[in-house]
Structure formats: C-alpha cells, structure tokens
Write a protein that binds this ligand. Structure first.
Ligand SMILES: C=C(O[C@H]1C=CC=C(C(=O)O)[C@@H]1O)C(=O)O
Length: 465
C-alpha cells in the first residue's frame, strides 16, 4: 500500500491534470471531480469540522463527506417538498468528471428529524444540534465499495480554477493522510455513569397504561413509546473508537455519524426506511423484539417464541400493512413475503419483513420518504392519531432519533436509514434513545426491559470509545 503522503502527492498531481475537464465558469450548479484512490477504505477518518459517515461492514461500503459545498435546511410539513425542489434543481445542473473511470459519482446527505415541526436543539446534549431537515453536498466525499474507492471533490459554480484548486488541495491535505491509519490501540472498557432516564420507570408504566387504554378504546392500534438515557463517561468519547466498536459489534447495521458544530449524532441501525435503485424500492419492516441468550438452546427457543408470539406478530404486521399501503400509492407491483424472517443482532432479535416494489415512473427519494415516514415501527397506527397522542404525552423531544438519514444520488434515488440505536454525543456526555411498540397485550415491565436491551447496543460500544 502507498504511504499516505505519497497518495496525497499523487492525488494532488491528478487533480492538477484533470481539473480543466470541468466547466467551472458555468453560471450555476455544481461540479464534481472523481479521482480513484489506490486502495479500499475500511472506514473514513474522524476529522474536525462538519462531516457525515455511513459505513456498513457486511456490505463493505463506506460513504463519508467533509466540508460543505452546498447545504439547505427546512422545517415544517413541507420540509421534504422544499428540499426536493432544491435537489431537482441541483440534479439538472450537476456536472461530473470521472477521469479514472471509477463509476463513482458525487452524492449528498439527506437527513431529517422524527417530527417536521420540532426544533431538535432542545433535545440534544448542550444544545448543539442538527437542523430539522438537512440536504448537504460535501466539498470532499469518500466512497468505497467492494475494495474500490474514490475521493470526490465538489464545488458550487461559478468558481475560478485557482479557487477550486486551492480549496480542494486543502481538503485533500487534511483528509488523505488520515486514510487507512492503523487501528487505534484499544482502551480498557470505561465505566459509564448513568444519569437520568426520561421518562423514569414509574412514568413509563403510566404511559404504557394510557396507551393501552387508547388501544382498548380502539383509538389506536399501536404506538411506540420511547425513552432517553443520559450517560457520562470519564473520558471524552472518541468517535473513531466508537465507530470501530459499533462496526465490530453490529456488522450488519449501518453505522451513521453526523457532525455539525460540537455535537455528534451516532447510530448503528438495522432498519432501512428505503433503498431506491432505478425503478425498485426496498423497505425494511422491523418490529417485534426478543432478547438474545448466551446458550444456543435458549437463544433458539427465544427465536421460536418471537416467531409465534401473537403480540409480536400483531406489532409486526401493523408495520408491514402500513408500508404496503404507502407503497400502493406509488407502485406497479409489490412483493410482500407471507411470514417475517428473524433478524439477529447481538443485543436483540427482531421480526423482519423486506418489502420490495416496482415503482411507477418519476418517483424519487423525497416522495418515497414522504409516503413512508414515519412507519408504525417508530410512531404508531393510525399514523396521525399516534403522532398527535405522542406529541401530547412524550416527555422529551426526539430530535433525529426515529428520523432518517442517508445518501441522495444525483438522480434523486438513494437510501435512507431509520435512526435507531443512536446517541447524541458531546464531549463526555451521551444521550441514548430507545423505544418499544405498544399493542394490545403489551406489558410495561417487559417493554421497559426491551428498551434496556436496545440501549445496550450503544452503551456497550461507548465503553470502548
Ligand atoms: C423504536 C425502536 O425500535 C423499533 C424497531 C425495531 C423493533 C421495535 C419493537 O420491537 O418495538 C421498534 O418498532 C428503537 O430501537 O428505539
């Protein structure tokens, strides 16, 4: 493998050779230059400044973005439509040059909070927060798939050649030397102090009882109640170590890191809101949970119980039905498996149905997100009533927890992940979030334990950060 400084020299030389292939004097739009990296990436570095990262161990994929070539924020019921209009404009005027024929293109990050009308800053550690909805084209992006990788440099137009060259060179200098650094020496697992959980167990029991009354009166079929746990570390949480621990512990999950300002939002989520590739969309319906057991026999028994539990199947089928209903509005054909599979993670196992649909022409990620979000895996059914009930009773703001984030391609297809098993982190403090679906037959104590298992995903990784 080339030494990082040699790689930096080569990439800067290649930038000099190829930059003139871009029409930088065009009056508007964006220009991206894609340059091949000589080696694959197992992860992207954590650097100061705004950045996002999506890394999926099993798929061997990493996408990361640093700096800001363009960003747009929105809030309120029209937030996705407003960002869609902007993205359509960008899509029409986004030039790409890929002189090394890598096949990679520039991309944006799209993410949004659970609720369109909340101001997430109140919910996040130290008030450093993400806007309600964000579309973000990074100035330098890294993309790696099955061993091939590229760096993608993007600028808003018009820009002079000199300015683009010097900005990109600076970004390369601060990024490339940090690629594929040796893994950090492990630290001893840290003790974490548990702060408050909101709601506390007493309040939780009241919330579950009230939800069950609503269900009994047929006002709700299902609702997802959440809690927030604050943890304090004895050292500053290190994102590089945290990402490595999450990737190791949850190799089939998408590890998401988003940082603007001082706070970082980190998730290791098993659930895709959607993947749209050309005319096909795939959606994960995940709901119905059991814990894992150290003994193989007990673990298998838990799996069987989960698959045959009427309460869990009810909780699961509500999500599948809602997803299928949403997709009917935009699809020609929907494939819905008859029985759920079980998705096993090391802290929990879930009922999981992957629904695939052939889309009518003209659909994009924004329209699909509008139709699908929030599914009853994170909100409830009926959707509007569950939302209204949660707004009244939920004792904290969810922020981006149970929102979604992912990659938007220049053709407005892409992939969004439901932001679960996550934390908002600043310095030595982390706010962790977890919820549980309540349906007829739910038991407050068991649901509380379920949230404890879900919280353990992030808290065990934080011990190594
Ligand atoms: C709301 C969460 O999980 C959802 C996703 C999978 C299983 C769930 C459940 O069984 O309740 C939840 O619907 C969470 O992890 O915070």
């Amino acid at each position: 493998m080339l030494a990082p400084l040699k790689t930096l020299e080569q990439i800067i030389a290649r930038l000099g050779e190829t930059i003139d292939s871009l029409e930088l004097s065009r009056t508007d739009g964006f220009a991206s230059l894609v340059l091949e990296l000589p080696h694959g990436l197992s992860r992207a570095p954590d650097l100061p400044g705004p950045q996002f990262q999506f890394a999926h161990n099993h798929r061997g994929e990493v996408r990361a973005g640093y700096g800001v070539a363009g960003e747009w924020v929105a809030q309120g019921d029209l937030r996705l439509r407003q960002l869609q209009v902007i993205a359509k404009g960008i899509s029409r005027a986004w030039q790409h040059q890929d002189p090394d024929e890598t096949g990679f293109k520039g991309f944006a990050m799209l993410g949004f909070a659970a609720s369109p009308d909340e101001r997430p800053e109140a919910s996040m550690v130290d008030g450093h927060s993400l806007p309600n909805a964000l579309l973000w084209i990074p100035e330098l992006a890294l993309s790696s798939r099955t061993g091939q990788s590229a760096v993608i440099l993007t600028t808003a137009l018009p820009v002079s050649r000199e300015r683009a060259f010097s900005r990109w060179k600076e970004q390369l200098k601060r990024t490339i030397p940090h690629l594929n650094q040796p893994a950090l020496a492990p630290l001893t697992p840290a003790h974490l102090d548990h702060g408050a959980t909101i709601p506390d167990f007493r309040h939780w029991k009241t919330l579950v009882a009230t939800a069950l009354q609503q269900i009994d009166q047929a006002r709700l079929e299902k609702v997802v109640i959440c809690r927030r746990l604050r943890l304090h570390g004895h050292r500053r949480f290190d994102l590089t170590r945290l990402q490595a621990a999450l990737a190791y512990l949850f190799p089939s999950c998408q590890v998401v890191t988003i940082r603007r300002h001082l706070a970082s939002f980190v998730a290791a989520t098993p659930e895709r809101l959607l993947t749209q590739q050309r005319g096909i969309v795939e959606v994960d319906a995940i709901a119905g949970t059991a814990c894992r057991a150290p003994s193989a026999a007990r673990d298998a028994q838990l799996t069987t119980e989960l698959q045959t539990s009427p309460k869990n199947l009810r909780e699961h089928n509500v999500v599948v039905d809602a997803v299928v209903d949403a997709l009917r509005q935009c699809s020609r054909r929907i494939e819905r498996p008859e029985t759920p599979q079980v998705m096993q993670l090391n802290n929990a196992q879930h009922l999981w149905t992957m629904i695939r649909a052939e889309l009518i022409p003209g659909m994009d990620v924004f329209q699909l997100a509008e139709l699908l979000h929030p599914t009853p895996a994170t909100n409830g059914q009926p959707c509007a009533r569950a939302r209204a009930w949660l707004r009244q009773v939920e004792p904290f703001q969810r922020g981006w927890y149970t929102g979604a984030a992912g990659i938007l391609e220049p053709d407005l297809t892409g992939e969004l992940w439901v932001l679960l098993r996550c934390a908002s982190i600043h310095d030595r403090t982390a706010d962790l979030f977890a919820g549980a679906g309540i349906v007829a037959g739910s038991d407050a104590e068991l649901e509380w334990q379920e949230t404890a298992h879900k919280l353990a995903a992030m808290s065990s990784a934080l011990q190594f950060a």
